[in-house]
Write a protein that binds this ligand. Structure first.
Ligand SMILES: [Zn+2]
Length: 241
């Protein structure tokens, strides 16, 4: 199976974007990540109050090289306050504006969002027929307005974005749509498995969430763990004396 090659580049300093280096280290059977992240400076003024239109970005953003998809990561507002926009020639602009604070509130790293979109645009790239990655491609037919924790959640309310950034799925409806556009069932199975394991909260924050939702169970687990460690230490001390 030919992989989709993706390059990630930042518009502005990379240090503003949490964990991007971890995204390009993802071992995937679907995506071939470029081994480095490029950084591009820009100096032109916003054309939409404090943000940029897709048209403006298409002019000042770097062009694509040999990669199939170029994902540009920025921190400024983009047209109509979208999280993601297609700017032509299989280039995607993705912004951390507002979503970064939403993700932080839900203890999810920004890199999860980037990885989520890497998978969704790769599957769209594999669709046969019109290019869904062109600015004119009708992407709305390949997403749904309701939030299901799916790669293709539209998330019209940005507050919902965290749902699909922690063990996302590809819902049955989206799988059927992708199959009808030529994406192989095996590819969908691999993608579903990879997003489940590669896009998730850290173990630490998952444990904190569990403790907050189930304080009694967390107390019991912690107590049993403490007892186990104590007993094991006693046995070990007895054996060594
Ligand atoms: Zn879906």
């Amino acid at each position: 199976m030919k992989k989709v090659s993706i390059k990630i580049a930042t518009l502005g300093d990379k240090k503003h974007f949490d964990g991007l280096d971890e995204v390009i280290k993802i071992k995937s059977s679907i995506i071939d990540f470029w081994p480095t992240i490029e950084t591009h400076q820009f100096s032109c003024l916003p054309d939409e109050e404090w943000g940029y239109s897709a048209r403006a970005i298409s002019h000042f953003a770097p062009g694509r090289d040999d990669e199939d998809i170029l994902i540009l990561v920025a921190g400024f507002p983009i047209e109509e306050n979208y999280i993601l926009k297609r700017v032509g020639d299989s280039r995607i602009i993705l912004t951390s504006f507002e979503v970064n604070s939403i993700l932080k509130r839900d203890r999810i790293r920004f890199s999860n969002l980037v990885a989520r979109y890497c998978y969704s645009v790769s599957l769209m790239y594999l669709c046969k027929g019109e290019s869904l990655l062109s600015p004119d491609g009708d992407w709305t037919r390949y997403a749904h307005a309701d939030t299901r924790g799916c790669l293709f959640d539209m998330t019209p309310h940005k507050d919902d974005i965290a749902v699909s950034c922690d063990r996302p799925i590809i819902c049955d409806e989206c799988q059927a749509r992708l199959r009808s556009r030529g994406v192989q069932q095996r590819t969908l199975e691999i993608a579903s498995s990879e997003i489940y394991y590669n896009i998730r909260k850290s173990l630490y924050w998952s444990a904190v969430d569990f403790a907050e939702r189930h304080p009694v169970a967390a107390f019991v687990v912690a107590t049993l763990w403490g007892l186990t460690v104590g007993v094991s230490a006693s046995i070990l001390a007895a054996l060594l004396t």
